[in-house]
Design a protein around this ligand. Structure first.
Ligand SMILES: [Mg+2]
Length: 182
């Protein structure tokens, strides 16, 4: 499988609040791994809001939630300080090690797990490489992307073009809205 094929998510939704969690539950999904930066909060926000915490606490009734972030410990632990949830920091997505740790924390299998994130090159590509399905969401605030992410975004653009050309139907279904949302 080529790199661009590994960058195609299972689905796209405009935000974490729009994902049909009930359907995921009914199809047997047990664990959800959420990226932090620009998936849950913008990079210039430091902590989860009350709304986020209420939302996640409700989700925890149906799923094992793990936060999997490439950010450093202070950023991740600080953002999650009011919310009791397992997390992986410096996850090194798209490498496999962070996903492996998250799977251990969740205590479930790859087949019943979904990764949710805002980046093709880390979240989606990493999940596929590791053998997990992924859901792509629009960034909370694209302008707050860090330097390294801005580089990834350039790569992402090239990959998106390739997918559009090679697999127009899948592009239309799962990526077009993502491109236009930004
Ligand atoms: Mg992110």
């Amino acid at each position: 499988m080529s790199v661009y094929q590994k960058c195609i998510p299972h689905a796209y939704h405009a935000s974490i609040f729009e994902i049909p969690y009930q359907t995921l539950k009914e199809t047997g999904i047990k664990s959800l791994f959420f990226d932090l930066d620009n998936t849950i909060i913008a990079y210039d926000e430091t902590v989860l809001s009350e709304k986020h915490i209420r939302f996640f606490k409700k989700l925890q009734k149906d799923f094992n939630i793990v936060i999997i972030s490439n950010s450093h410990y202070k950023r991740v632990s600080g953002a999650l300080k009011n919310f009791d949830v397992p997390y992986v920091w410096l996850a090194k997505k798209p490498l496999k090690s962070g996903f492996k740790k998250a799977l251990k924390l969740a205590g479930t299998k790859k087949e019943v797990t979904i990764v949710i994130g805002d980046q093709l090159m880390t979240d989606v590509y990493g999940a596929t490489r590791f053998g997990i399905k992924s859901i792509l969401v629009a960034s909370v605030k694209r302008k707050s992307d860090r330097k390294i992410t801005q580089i990834n975004r350039k790569l992402e653009k090239i990959i998106l073009k390739k997918i559009e050309k090679k697999l127009p139907d899948l592009y239309e279904e799962r990526l077009k809205a993502y491109v236009h949302e930004q």
